[in-house]
Ligand binder design. Structure first.
Ligand code: ATP
Ligand code: MG
Length: 407
């Protein structure tokens, strides 16, 4: 029994033997600065999860420290001066480095002002939950845990550090639910009361859509994203932000998209579509387009279900981009066959194209055709071709003549 405990302890502190940590500590000693392991990776080590990407905090120059360490690790360093943070990418691992800092919230929901400091406890105090607010002092070899994060970790509790936490930064509402579901933890009673109060008092309205979208992305990446979304919806968070809740059937659709390995960007857009988000100017062009196409699809869906002629299927589906088709293909099983048919028939080409049409006009084979009607007649030909009604160039020419005469 005893040896078991010792073994556990040993594996807990194994991270110190990782070359990257050893290198960072060496360098911190050279620089004569403090260095701490912090944040999610430390929490995950205590949860006995396998950790490869670490978060470090130092009271020195992140840019200098980071670029030198990156050099030693033969990695790449990206520095973010506005946040005093940096990221080293090496052997396809990440190492995040941050300046010890205090953060001041000048108004609820806005990004905080960053102030460099020397005291780790002050740095820990600005964090979201106790389980994310302890540190390991790598020089002095000890845990710094002013908010009893380790205890909450053992008791499986999500607890904020102070009463204003959700008001200062309402994205923590999303984070609380996300961590609770991810680890199967409980949100501590008082924290939960304050969380619900912050929702009720509409503090979510103070965060920008960009920050909300970022949270939604992080949620979609989670294994239990479905439970997280359902919880958020039940807490009326989506109702507050988007004026619309998510229903079980909505979440089922998202599950289906994810299980079919649909790219996350598309699942995200579909989520916005489900939430009735239509402030399309905020989105990227391609994203806005997909939402518009999904709205269009909703209108033509019944007609498509009824459509028999291939040309009809083509006409109904041709306004959709590949991304939208991917979503529909994943969700609408009864339309899969038609989408497959569409993929084939859309490649069909008529033998006469625009250039040939012009030649035929010059030669006087066809008359009464204006340039502006070219695309109309070519589409007409394509539809006929799709339905198998045109087999040769001659038949196409005949059809064009017939078309011009009928007009
Ligand atoms: P994950 O495993 O999802 O990466 P994490 O805890 O590492 O979880 P990050 O978003 O990577 O979360 O942030 C790193 C650390 O920064 C957190 O552990 C937390 O201490 C702090 N932090 C992140 N976001 C906030 C926030 N909105 N408010 C306060 N502290 C935060
Ligand atoms: Mg992290």
């Amino acid at each position: 029994m005893k040896s078991n405990i010792i073994d556990k302890k040993k594996s807990l502190l194994d991270f110190k033997n990782q070359p990257v940590i050893a290198r960072a500590v060496e360098l911190a000693k050279e620089f004569n600065i403090k260095i701490f392991l912090v944040g999610g990776p430390l929490r995950d080590i205590f949860l006995r999860k396998k950790v490869l990407d670490f978060d470090l905090a130092i009271n020195g120059d992140v840019k200098k420290f980071g670029s030198l360490l990156a050099e030693k690790l033969k990695g790449k360093f990206i520095y973010h001066p506005q946040f005093l943070t940096g990221k080293i990418i090496y052997n396809s691992n990440y190492l995040d480095i941050a300046r010890l800092r205090d953060e001041i919230y000048e108004e609820p929901g806005a990004l905080p002002k960053v102030i460099p400091i020397d005291d780790i406890t002050v740095d820990l105090k600005r964090r979201d939950f106790t389980i994310n607010a302890f540190a390991y002092d790598l020089l002095e070899d000890r845990i710094i845990d002013p908010f009893s994060g380790v205890k909450d970790l053992k008791e499986r509790k999500i607890r904020i550090l102070h009463e204003r936490s959700f008001i200062d930064d309402p994205t923590r509402i999303f984070r609380a639910i996300r961590f609770a579901k991810r680890f199967n933890f409980e949100i501590e009673k008082k924290t939960f009361t304050l969380l619900k109060r912050a929702i009720k008092e509409s503090y979510l309205k103070t965060i920008s859509y960009q920050r909300i979208f970022h949270e939604l992305y992080l949620i979609l990446k989670e294994k239990k994203f479905n439970e997280i979304l359902f919880s958020l919806s039940q807490l009326r968070i989506f109702k507050k932000i988007f004026g619309k809740s998510l229903y079980r059937r909505n979440i089922k659709e998202l599950e289906r998209l994810k299980s079919l390995k649909t790219p996350l960007e598309l699942i995200f857009i579909y989520l916005l579509y489900l939430l009735d988000f239509r402030e399309l100017r905020i989105l990227k062009k391609e994203e806005a387009k997909i939402i518009e196409e999904l709205d269009y699809f909703r209108k033509i869906k019944r007609r498509l279900l009824r459509a028999k002629r291939y040309s009809k299927i083509y006409q109904l589906l041709s306004p959709l981009s590949l991304s939208t088709l991917k979503i529909i293909y994943a969700l609408e099983i009864s339309l899969r066959r038609k989408i497959k048919i569409y993929e084939k028939i859309k490649e069909k080409r008529t033998l006469i194209n625009g250039r040939e049409l012009r030649k035929l006009l010059q030669k006087g084979v066809i008359k009464n055709l204006k340039e502006k009607d070219f695309s109309k007649i070519l589409l007409h030909l394509k539809l006929k071709k799709i339905d198998g009604e045109l087999k040769s160039k001659e038949e196409e020419i005949k059809e064009i003549i017939k078309w011009t005469q009928e007009r």
